[in-house]
Design a protein around this ligand. Structure first.
Ligand code: GTP
Ligand code: MG
Length: 202
């Protein structure tokens, strides 16, 4: 399950404007700055296919990337970007939630969670919303290369991952699948591609 071709197709702000060719897709969602665009680049082995930034709020639209001419990876804007104006944030909520609920070709959401810090309330709220709406999702823990820091509560990524899973258990009938990753070391890259291949063949 390797990526041989990856091409940017289009940016959309409404679900109706997304590509209409009916091929299956997987959407990267998560807090602003969690590493969605970096993970996409790691998966396709390209440095700048999706644009990344140290500053949160880089990705603003629904961006479709066609992989191997047979499925899409979708890069979405991050949530929880406190500096964004209120109208921008509510509009974001509207269009991404509409996308999750109405995009028929969406096979699974890949919810990215930063494993280098303790669980954030907004991530728990987001996981809870996806669970309540029965939207299939896989947990992708990012930044697993970052070692513990005192100011982050001093926990290792493995401990943060376990804590997060315990905190969301009540929102799901069955625990969602999960994968630990790093866009720096490319940890988890093959595992994600294999997981996607399996989901596509169902
Ligand atoms: P928005 O588009 O603003 O929502 O952000 P994003 O989720 O797409 O994050 P992006 O990929 O732009 O990465 C944000 C920052 O985190 C950048 O400075 C990245 O270099 C850094 N980063 C992303 N992934 C990793 C990782 O696995 N490990 C480490 N150490 N840093 C990472
Ligand atoms: Mg981004």
């Amino acid at each position: 399950a390797q990526v041989t071709t990856a091409e940017f197709v289009k940016s959309s702000v409404r679900t109706e404007d997304c590509p209409a060719d009916g091929i299956p897709e997987f959407a990267l969602v998560g807090r602003s700055n969690v590493g969605k665009s970096s993970l996409l680049n790691s998966l396709v082995r390209r440095k700048r296919l999706a644009l990344t930034s140290k500053k949160p709020g880089k990705t603003q639209c629904i961006n479709h990337f066609r992989i191997n001419d047979s499925w899409y990876l979708v890069d979405l804007p991050g949530y929880g970007y406190a500096a964004a104006p209120h109208e921008v944030r509510t509009n974001w909520e509207k269009f991404t939630k509409d996308y999750f609920l109405n995009r028929e070709t969406l096979v699974s959401v890949l919810l990215l969670i930063d494993a280098s810090i303790p669980a954030k309330k907004i991530d728990l709220e987001y996981a809870s919303w996806l669970g309540q709406n029965q939207i299939p999702m896989t947990l992708i823990f990012t930044k697993c290369d970052k070692r513990k820091k005192k100011r982050n509560g001093g926990k290792r990524p493995e401990e943060n991952v376990e804590d997060f899973q315990n905190l969301i258990r009540e929102f799901f009938q069955a625990a969602p699948p999960w994968i630990m990753t790093s866009s720096v070391t490319n940890q988890g890259r093959d595992e994600i591609l294999l997981h996607i291949a399996q989901l596509r063949n169902y």
